[in-house]
Design a protein around this ligand. Structure first.
Ligand SMILES: CC(C)(COP(=O)(O)OP(=O)(O)OC[C@H]1O[C@@H](n2cnc3c(N)ncnc32)[C@H](O)[C@@H]1OP(=O)(O)O)[C@@H](O)C(=O)NCCC(=O)NCCS
Length: 154
């Protein structure tokens, strides 16, 4: 496991985005979510797209969150992932906390994210963080369900 002692969480750049795409399986395993990683999010939502790294080690991006604040004051996380060698160190929690803080500064009053019904790891992670889980049977179109996570700011 990697120590989080000198970890920094800072805004993502498109160079970081390229790096996480090049290392995609280390964040997402066999699932291919590369098409969800779009540069406009990084350009247009610079305060709520974040990476964690330890600059002293040079080992690159350890985890990231891509999100934005909606006009209805929802801090929505589109993607969150931690690198395979950092899991279970609280990094996912720290990324959500950092996102919540910056989303609050932009006027958010609650948090939301979604995942697939098969991503039980994500569901357990978000339940541990105090999110309420609900099923929206038609979220992604008729009969295409997603799990919706909601909670107050952290
Ligand atoms: C889901 C993910 C971001 C969790 O990151 P992480 O850095 O390992 O999580 P943390 O160490 O911060 O864990 C926080 C809490 O969630 C729990 N948790 C995390 N992953 C879990 C899992 N797979 N199963 C059960 N509990 C889990 C931890 O036990 C911890 O609980 P605690 O605080 O009560 O002790 C990471 O596993 C990942 O990147 N997965 C692949 C990408 C993905 O599926 N992202 C989510 C899509 S919506």
């Amino acid at each position: 496991m990697i120590s989080g002692m000198a970890e920094q969480i800072r805004p993502m750049t498109v160079t970081d985005l390229k790096q996480v795409l090049d290392a995609h399986p280390r964040f997402w395993g066999d699932r291919d979510l590369r098409a969800y990683h779009i540069a406009p999010l990084v350009h247009e939502f610079p305060h709520t797209c974040l990476v964690a790294e330890d600059p002293g080690t040079g080992d690159g991006v350890r985890g990231y969150v891509l999100g934005f604040v909606t006009p209805d004051r929802v801090g929505y996380v589109h993607l969150i992932a931690t690198r395979d060698d950092t899991r279970g160190t609280g990094l996912g929690r720290r990324l959500w906390e950092a996102f919540s803080k910056t989303a609050a500064e932009q006027g958010a009053d609650r948090l939301r994210a979604i995942t697939s019904v098969t991503n039980t790891g994500s569901q357990a992670f978000h339940a541990s963080l105090g999110f309420e889980l609900s099923v929206d049977e038609d979220y992604n179109g008729p009969g295409d369900a997603r799990i919706v996570f909601t909670r107050a700011l952290m």
